[in-house]
Ligand binder design. Sequence first.
Ligand SMILES: *Cc1c(COP(=O)(O)O)cnc(C)c1O
Length: 849
Amino acid sequence: MTTATPNLLDAYWLTDSRQVLSPEQSRSAVFFAMQGEHHDGHAFVGELYQKGVRQFVVERAALTPARRTEFTHYPDAQFTETDSSLRLLQQLATDYRQRFQIPVIGITGSNGKTIVKEWLAQLLAGDYVIAKSPKSYNSQLGVPLSVHQLNSSHTLGLFEAGISRPHEMQALETIVRPTLGIFTNIGTAHDEGFRSRRQKVAEKLRLFTRAETLIYCKDYPDIDEEINLLLKAVNPAIRLIHWSKHEGAVYKAAVQQDRLTLTAEHGTWTLKLPFADPASVENLIHSIVALLTLGFSDEAALQNRLNRLRPVSMRLEVKEGINGCVLIDDSYNNDIVGLQLALGFLDQQLTRTRKVVILSDVLQSGQREDELYESVAALQRANQISEFVGIGPVISRNAHVFPATSRFYGGTDEFLASYPFDRLRDSAVLVKGARPFSFERIVNRLQRKVHGTVLEINLDALTHNLNYYREKVGRGDTGQQTKIMVMVKAFAYGSGSAEVAQLLQFHRVDYLAVAYADEGVSLRQNGIDLPIMVMNPAPETFQTVLDYHLEPELYSLRLLQEWGSFVGERGGEERRRGEKEEGRKGEKGGDLHSPFLISSSPPLHLKIDTGMHRLGFVEAELPSVIAYLQQHPALRVASVFSHLVGADDAQFNAFSKQQYESFMRSMAVLEDGLGYRPMRHLLNSAGIVRFPDYKLDMVRLGIGLYGVESSQLERSMVRPVGTLRTVISQIKQVKAGESVGYSRRGVLDHDARIATIAIGYADGFDRRLGNGVGQVWVNGTLCPTVGNVCMDMTMIDVTAAPASEGDDVIIFGQEIAISDLARTIGTIPYEILTGVSERVKRVFYKEGN
Ligand SMILES: *Cc1c(COP(=O)(O)O)cnc(C)c1O
């Protein structure tokens, strides 16, 4: 292992070992190995070395003697040792930033950072060559990577910076070094880490300690006051360009519906806004004031720019496509970093082996055309794309660098008119295009039309929740990371097993658990190779369990014995078959001292009943269990577990403790009898929050992952994952005294506008929600149900809501919490989640936020 400080500044910076790299990227890459709460990058040095990476930044604390020895096996690799790879990365980014003397816009605030950034990029597209943060790369790690995209052709930098803890902004300031700042607003997100909102504002303001100009809205008193108190003290020369709905700001903003009038001493501008909801209006005003500040002040020209503005969908959506395809819709922007991220996501689509990429010209890369498409082509090769389609004049004239089987079209119209859509079958298709190419039309063509009701699953929220629980369990007494088994039974609590499991596999959880063997089979068929425990393995399914390498939970002596004889016989059979095939070398066919073949007997799990009185061995049965296992040493116990009956409720604390103690007693007996220690686990989601002392070797995460923190203690730490939405099919005016729906239950006491929505009890909209018990969310207004819920439809009163036919209706999600909905009808969130019927389409998306 050699240690040196090679030129890291110009290397390709790699921080995620899972990223797919082209050979050229591997050669020039430096991998920053980081040791995190739930991930150790140093474990992947070898893997990356095999892929051709030669430069590594490693952390001293991670360099155990074993690691150092391992690293000597990579003779031509260069290692840079540091105390913190992240700090070094940030330091390098700071140095890198010094090379550029161009204007840089730095954006922070609680909400709207990404939208303002994307809109400014759209508004300024013709005027500058822009380097900007991909998606919402605004963290301690994302910001340095964003800034490192700068090259000599760029004439403007556009970066966002976000923080979640005190003292984080300092480092980001030196990396971004904004000349022009925008502070969007302040809200309550991430309040946890800060003493007060004031402290949060003050910390965010550090981004502007050396900025020349700052744009902000004076109507947030916390922001305004902290700027005058603090920022002015450290940066007295800063030019403040504020706007307000009231008098006293540089720009007075008056908004009437979609008309904005900005009045300043130096002029008045009246503009028609393309979006009129309050959040968009605020983001638009920030963007317009930024344009005015940059000198674009002609009213007609400003209006022209605004007219071209498109909504920013941060989402990368997974949709069901035509002919059995899976569609990855990333049609909102196309830059090279975004492409790499999307290709990585395509790679995770294990359900389809054929991979197709439909890509437009890459705009504004700031790279030479030939180099750019050479690297795009290299990425395709590295990702083993089966079919490549390029759309646009520039990518088409670089066709020669792509494989000969690729297809090229001059524009979107030509593609839609002449691409052989029928031949596109059973593939994962990534659709990624720069805005002017209107790739939403391609998505429209390729998407299987879904009927109005969908359950949207936010994969980023799911990841957030996983990380939250991971951090929560941390390391155990032995210093080992506590393992996580994720419960994906019941269609992953209604969220869609295959997709959720793929994400969990990507994030390297330790175990999955399902209720029945078929659920495990379906996961295997979808490319999941994590260990999978089956909680209810009926003897009829033992063969399936073996064939698909599933691991049974055994909970009674009867089941244990049936399993034992099943694998025993099967082992014997295999050995005999092996002897026949191997002829005289028969001895090698199996372990003659054991009745079983180790290889044919997967690890098993024992369940102990400590008080639930559902499934499981009671303490008195343990001697028989031990005796049986001693006679059948090939049966290997991977883990032993039990389940708390009231982990989410303090009134059962004493009982939970009793269960824990009973479990530990049983463990002691088992360990003694078996002569080894299987993994032990006890806690579900609520238990993780409420009983950190009982986490043992592994925890079993369920509902918390899906966005419901059932102990209610840390509700705000978990993000909602699913949004159940439908549409309004029809609206009609109905007079007071008339009735709505079956059995005349919904008699109106006022003239009402009644909307029929496309969801009923067969979709999982509980019949108990009828007759005004339940409410749904329509364009910002809660609307009660009217009359009985029907099988496929429900009527609601939209008299008080702005609503039109075709509008979206939200049943649960961010706007209506699943736990509140459950409480309304006296049930639990589990039932609401798993009650969403399978006929409701699941749509998966990544928000990038
Ligand atoms: C479903 C289940 C869990 C997960 O419970 P949550 O409350 O959803 O976290 C844990 N253990 C067992 C045995 C389960 O069946």
